[in-house]
Design a protein around this ligand. Structure first.
Ligand code: DP6
Length: 361
């Protein structure tokens, strides 16, 4: 939708060198995106909460260069060090964006990026990194051409570009919550980009905590990309897409009404559906670890015993996202220390919470 742009720098009036820095958080899907078609289009709508502590900082430095060839001139650093595999992926992504951003070939670019959490631990590092890069690109466009002055236009384009990098990334652009994928439950929703969903939230949901219990920080055995592809032959694919669409409507009602129990039930059902789909793929794969199952059982027992609204979710990995309202944070943290930490690698968990979304630094 943004293709075939004519944005080119006038070489008789080149811009000064500059640098743009964005910090973008990760997000946790409550309704999961699992299965895609075409160019990164989702098979079903998804809804996520925007996190705070799990984030990526990306700095994009640029300098005009006389266009001598057709390539993109990119230097790439990850946590301050060269990383050839990330550079290759980023370069391929930028190359794919040249119909939208022809001016990228007129610049010398230097990207320096780093996460606040381990890469490929199932904490959706692709979401925060692609979101922060997409935001940098939109700021770059605006700095050079002044063409993204309207905040709504800016966010929509950033979300669209982030989606092309990694589907779930398109939801990290917005404060508190986002919906990606056309659904009658959210007017204005689209398969092409995420939309803000803060307005759908009863105030109680803006105060949710999401502590991430790190059951394993090893790199995943099956990438999300491969997992999505396996949905194509999955016998449960069609019923799954129908289930997600149906749950979206119920979730939106629960979010509006402050219905924490229905929210928590849907969050858990979705996490388990995601992993069940993996196990039913051909070939089958399983990302859950014994520690994941032990934690799920402890969470259910604690909820039954205390009646506290404490729920779990999972990304495409073994780590548990523990969801609960801010008012019981002290008690829950005490319980994590006493009972849950023993299932985490080196007792490690990340304290995170629903937050205000990306910021330009
Ligand atoms: C399980 O967005 O990582 O986290 O589009 O191939 O980059 P690609 O996949 P990705 O898939 C995320 C899947 C998920 C659920 C979700 O975030 O909705």
């Amino acid at each position: 939708m943004y293709e075939n742009s004519r944005l080119l720098i006038d070489s008789s009036n080149p811009p000064e060198p500059g640098q743009i820095v964005w910090r973008s958080p990760s997000n946790l899907a409550i309704i999961k995106y699992w299965g895609k078609h075409g160019v990164q289009l989702p098979r079903n709508p998804s809804l996520s909460l925007t996190l705070s502590a799990s984030c990526t900082d990306t700095a994009l430095a640029y300098e005009f260069r006389e266009e001598t060839d057709n390539r993109i001139d990119l230097e790439f650093l990850f946590h301050g060090e060269e990383n050839e595999s990330f550079r290759t992926k980023t370069l391929a992504f930028l190359e794919s964006l040249t119909p939208q951003f022809p001016f990228l070939r007129q610049l010398k670019l230097r990207i320096n990026t780093g996460n606040s959490f381990p890469h490929s631990a199932g904490i959706a590092s692709s979401a925060s990194s692609m979101a922060s890069l997409a935001l940098c690109l939109c700021s770059l466009e605006d700095a050079l051409f002044g063409s993204l002055q309207d905040p709504g236009d800016f966010d929509q384009k950033a979300s669209y570009l982030a989606r092309l990098g990694s589907g779930s990334a398109c939801r990290s652009i917005f404060p508190y919550a986002s919906v990606w994928g056309a659904t009658p439950a959210v007017p204005g929703s689209s398969d092409e980009y995420g939309v803000p969903a803060e307005d759908l939230l009863h105030p109680d949901f803006k105060d949710l905590h999401d502590d991430i219990l790190i059951v394993s920080s090893r790199e995943k055995t099956v990438s999300s990309r491969a997992g999505h592809a396996l949905m194509e032959g999955n016998p449960f694919a069609e019923p799954r897409y129908a289930q997600a669409k149906n749950r979206m409507t119920r979730l939106v009602d629960a979010l509006r009404g402050g219905d924490m129990d229905t929210f928590g039930k849907i969050a858990e059902d979705e996490a388990l559906a995601l992993h069940a789909l993996m196990m039913c793929s051909n070939p089958s794969f399983m990302l859950l670890e014994p520690g994941t199952v032990a934690l799920i059982q402890k969470i259910r027992a604690y909820r039954a015993e205390t009646r506290h609204p404490v729920y779990f979710s999972l990304d495409a990995g073994p780590n548990i996202h523990l969801l609960y309202p801010g008012e019981i944070v002290a008690e829950v943290r005490g319980w994590i220390e006493e009972e849950l930490k023993e299932h985490c690698v080196d007792g490690w968990f990340i304290q995170d919470w629903v937050g205000e979304g990306p910021e330009e630094m």
